[in-house]
Design a protein around this ligand. Structure first.
Ligand code: FES
Length: 158
């Protein structure tokens, strides 16, 4: 047949189509791989759980008066936490990383709760248990100990 005849053109078009399909699949694989890596990294950062288990005791304050709060990092430098003393004298300490999507949790002493403003998550200021909102897990607790020279964080509990 002639080079410009219909069957040859049809074959060329088919070959081009195959090449573009192959290229398309290649692009799809590269894009999927990129998305998977990005998602894994994001999830690793967002859903990182507060450090847990055995940790060295760390002095977090010389003292905390009723109604006062201190910010600190425990057990690691990237584990934000708070400790406060309630009006009845009880000390409480919690991670401030919301177990929902890792926003910063705030102590609202005037309302007697810990609040995550991102999606209106509320936690009990004494136990860290979920009171309302989307979180399904309690705030990790930071164990505190009063010693003669100050207040120490001595461990975490999930
Ligand atoms: S991140 Fe805290 S309620 Fe959503």
């Amino acid at each position: 047949m002639n080079p410009g005849s219909r069957p040859d053109r049809a074959q060329q078009l088919t070959e081009r189509k195959l090449i573009s399909r192959r290229d398309y699949l290649r692009m799809l694989v590269v894009a999927s791989g990129g998305l998977m890596l990005g998602t894994t990294g994001l999830a690793g950062g967002l859903f990182r759980r507060h450090g847990s288990g055995e940790a060295a005791a760390v002095k977090i304050a010389g003292g905390i008066d009723p109604g006062e709060m201190v910010d600190f990092a425990y057990p690691g430098a990237d584990d934000p936490a708070i400790a406060y003393r309630l009006e009845d004298g009880k000390l409480a300490g919690f991670s401030t990383v919301c177990p929902h999507l890792a926003c910063a949790v705030l102590w609202r002493k005037e309302h007697g709760v810990l609040e995550c403003p991102c999606h209106d998550g509320f936690f009990d200021q004494r136990t860290g248990e979920v009171m309302a909102g989307p979180p399904t897990r309690a705030l990790p607790k930071v164990e505190l100990e009063e010693r003669p020279d100050g207040i120490y964080a001595t461990g975490t509990e999930h």
